[in-house]
Design a protein around this ligand. Structure first.
Ligand SMILES: [Fe+2]
Ligand SMILES: [Fe+2]
Length: 431
């Protein structure tokens, strides 16, 4: 998992709640991304209450919205009350838990084989200079000389991808927030829990490999990158999946494919710049992401088969909310708009674009044969219609947005549309 941009309209993305600055309680403030808006003063209270949802047709008793009124403190003794944006949890009716229990055997036979045994897996060391070898220094020098050919804008994209991979604790936490599939003990033997742990273990190699590679390259500011990782893991992510595995598996299906696209593109660009070894690194990671995509899309395919309404609602709901990226709270201690800036560079360089977002949506609609799904309720058919008409509408919007971005980007240097990234020692990169 990793990724970068959300929906095809960056302006729209900026106004979406998920992309607005997070609000947190004062006791946590020092560990998380600071919020400029905390500076105002007022007294406040902290409460967490269970309230009835007005946005869902599920049984209200089963619907929990954590509505937190956070006590926010500025650095002085003054305080201010802020309402944390609603975080909706547990909207899946309890009877659906049975579906996931019943799918245990199926998951064991169909999903777990998509994991690669450890002994057959590549490890970061296979793709890095061997520090125990006599030729280590020479290999490092070769790596560094290849890296010199790559522009800063490329490193901004690669660092963003690496940081997203490094926030892996957040993603394991996310999977374990999903009802019906979470690892109840930390070493549970259910198929779902086994998958989650082994998936995490596979993913762990991605951040390790990219981190070490970037460290050896000497092209990036590791201290700033490490700070960004610490901020990001501390902030977590909120991607509106409501603890529902229907929503959650749609999200992971989308993300794994998006990540494969992004790593595939950083690999292609590395090759174009003559760094074949780095291209190989990105390619190995992208191949893992594709395998993960196969697993998650297969799970959703099964859900469409046994609970077409549930799967259709989950898919439509996620697309209505837009797929927020795992690193949407990224912060380096300096740039308040780091996610936007990083996304803009990734878009311009072609690592992950608004067109990719629409391609993925279109792919998933086809992969799950959404148009042909039968056995739906009237509401389910509405969701189906929405999904079938969404990609063409988004495509038109994406084309317009891309056109506007290219126009403003081509004027970038004259209009000073350059931003300094701490990740590359405050050097400026064109948006
Ligand atoms: Fe990954
Ligand atoms: Fe992955």
């Amino acid at each position: 998992m990793a990724l970068i941009i959300g929906a095809p309209d960056l302006q729209m993305i900026r106004t979406m709640p998920a992309f607005q600055t997070p609000k947190v309680s004062c006791s946590l403030q020092r560990y998380l991304r600071p919020n400029k808006r905390w500076a105002a003063t007022n007294d406040g209270v902290y409460t967490a209450s269970r309230v009835q949802s007005t946005e869902t047709k599920e049984d209200p008793a089963e619907t929990t919205i954590m509505r937190k009124k956070a006590l926010i403190s500025s650095s002085s003794s003054s305080r201010r009350r802020q309402v944390v944006e609603d975080q909706k949890a547990h909207t899946m009716p309890p009877e659906k838990m049975e579906i996931f229990k019943a799918l245990e055997g199926w998951a064991e036979e169909t999903i777990l084989p998509l994991l690669k045994p450890v002994e057959q897996s590549w490890q970061p060391q296979d793709l890095l200079p061997d520090s125990a070898s006599e030729s280590f220094m020479e290999e490092v020098e070769e790596l560094r000389s290849r890296s010199r050919e790559l522009p800063d804008e490329y490193f901004v994209c690669l660092v963003g991808d690496m940081i997203t991979e490094e926030a892996l604790p957040t993603y394991q936490t996310f999977l374990n927030s999903l009802d019906g599939i979470r690892d109840e003990t930390g070493a549970s033997l259910t198929s779902w829990a086994t998958w989650t742990r082994a998936w995490t273990a596979e993913e762990n190699r991605h951040g390790d490999l990219l981190n070490k590679y970037l460290y050896l390259s000497g092209r990036v500011d590791m201290k700033q990158i490490e700070k960004t990782i610490q901020y990001l893991i501390g902030s977590g992510m909120y991607v509106k999946t409501e603890n529902s595995p229907y929503h959650g598996f749609v999200y992971t299906s989308f993300q794994e494919r998006a990540t494969a696209v992004a790593h595939g593109n950083t690999g292609r660009l590395a090759k174009e710049h003559g760094d074949v070894q780095l291209a190989k690194v990105c390619g190995m990671i992208a191949a893992d992401e594709k395998r993960h995509e196969r697993a998650y899309t297969t799970i959703v395919e099964k859900l469409f088969e046994i609970d077409p309404d549930g799967a259709m609602f989950g898919f439509a709901d996620m697309m209505k909310k837009n797929i927020s990226m795992p690193a949407h709270l990224v912060y380096d201690g300096r740039d308040e708009n780091l996610f936007d800036h990083f996304s803009a560079v990734a878009q311009r360089v072609g690592v992950y674009t608004v067109g990719d977002y629409v391609d993925i949506l279109e792919f998933l609609v086809g992969r799950w044969n959404v148009e042909k799904v039968t056995g739906l309720s009237a509401e389910g058919r509405k969701a189906q219609e929405y999904l079938c008409s969404l990609a063409p509408r988004m495509r038109r919007l994406a084309e317009r947005t891309t056109h506007q971005m290219m126009n403003s980007s081509s004027k970038g240097e004259e209009t000073g549309n350059m931003v300094a990234f701490t990740w590359v020692f405050d050097r400026k990169v064109k948006l």
